[in-house]
Design a binder for this molecule. Structure first.
Ligand code: FPP
Ligand code: MG
Length: 298
């Protein structure tokens, strides 16, 4: 069924009637399609659900095109990013073409779904803005981090599960809570993988968040545990290209204070909130997908 989503995305891009757009689009590596998996599990495999999936995936793809420009990322999913293969202007405009086309298609679906998804795009754009603001200095405020990942990542996942519930006449509020909780734990796990995995597995450089100014949850939890001298040391490493020894110092301290388990426990608790919201649903796969997210290694 995910292949039908990919085909529909391709059909939408073809409808833009521009060879350059199609050519650029064909060079983007497809992702895990988490949002589509959720939509299809909740709404069932209907043609309308597939169209919604294609819309959401195109929005997600365009947000990543813009994100890679903003983050100056040279690889994604193990391949050079579009702004490296071509240039920044091309990557931004391709993103604009893809998400505006997605919006045209969205306007043909369901009024409530259109409102839900388009509002999520406002939220995710604000989330990205917050991410940029937070990256300017070492952040120790967990609330600000949670608000940022809620907007940047959870908003579109929440809108996807809620919209799928709208399309299939299910309880939209419960599925919104499920999507939001799952989105938050997804991002927290993503931030852990930046610390634990190598660049080959990640398809992008390892341990790059802190260097890029992102004080993710594990760094905040570590900071709380450190002595004053070590707090100063950690802060001095912020937004710098670190030596092997300096990276080891961070990793060793994370191990010493059991930080990654503590971070994962927060992701687990959030996931549990999501599961509680849909506990009366007879849909085992919605439970499995949360476990896949918690246990994923890439
Ligand atoms: C990845 O975060 C980025 C996002 C989830 C959202 C990006 C949103 C925008 C750029 C707003 C513009 C929106 C549209 C629709 C054009 P990350 O950098 O933490 O993750 P990564 O490691 O996968 O890059
Ligand atoms: Mg990024």
């Amino acid at each position: 069924m995910l292949s039908q989503v990919a085909q529909t995305m391709h059909k939408f891009v073809k409808q833009c009637e521009n060879k350059q757009v199609l050519n650029l689009y064909n060079q983007i590596e497809q992702g895990k399609m988490l949002r589509s998996k959720l939509i299809l599990l909740i709404a069932g495999q209907t043609p309308q659900a597939v169209e919604l999936c294609a819309v959401v995936e195109l929005i997600h793809l365009s947000s990543l095109l813009h994100d890679d420009v903003l983050d100056e990322a040279s690889t994604r999913r193990g391949k050079p990013t579009i702004h490296i293969l071509f240039d920044t202007k091309t990557a931004i405009m391709l993103g604009d073409v893809l998400y505006s086309k997605a919006f045209s298609q969205l306007s043909l679906i369901h009024k409530d779904v259109a409102y839900c998804i388009s509002s999520a795009v406002t939220a995710l754009s604000i989330g990205e803005l917050l991410d940029i603001e937070l990256s300017k200095s070492f952040n120790t405020n967990q609330e600000l981090y949670m608000d940022m990942i809620n907007k940047k990542t959870a908003s579109l996942i929440e809108a996807s599960t809620k919209s799928a519930a709208i399309l299939s006449n299910k309880d939209r509020d419960k599925f919104a809570i499920y999507g939001k909780s799952l989105g938050l734990s997804f991002q927290i796990i993503d931030d852990i993988l930046d610390i634990t995995q190598n660049s080959e597995t990640l398809g992008k450089p390892a341990m790059s968040d802190f260097k890029d100014g992102k004080t993710t949850l594990s760094y905040m939890l570590l900071y709380q545990e450190l002595s004053n001298d070590d707090k100063t040391k950690l802060k001095s490493y912020f937004k710098k290209s670190l030596t092997k020894d300096e990276l080891s110092w961070i990793k060793n301290n994370m191990t010493k204070h059991d930080i990654l388990n503590k971070t994962k426990q927060i992701a687990r608790q959030l996931a549990q909130n999501g599961l509680n919201a849909i506990k009366n649903e007879q849909n085992k796969k919605l439970f499995d997908i949360i476990n896949d997210i918690l246990n994923r290694e890439r």
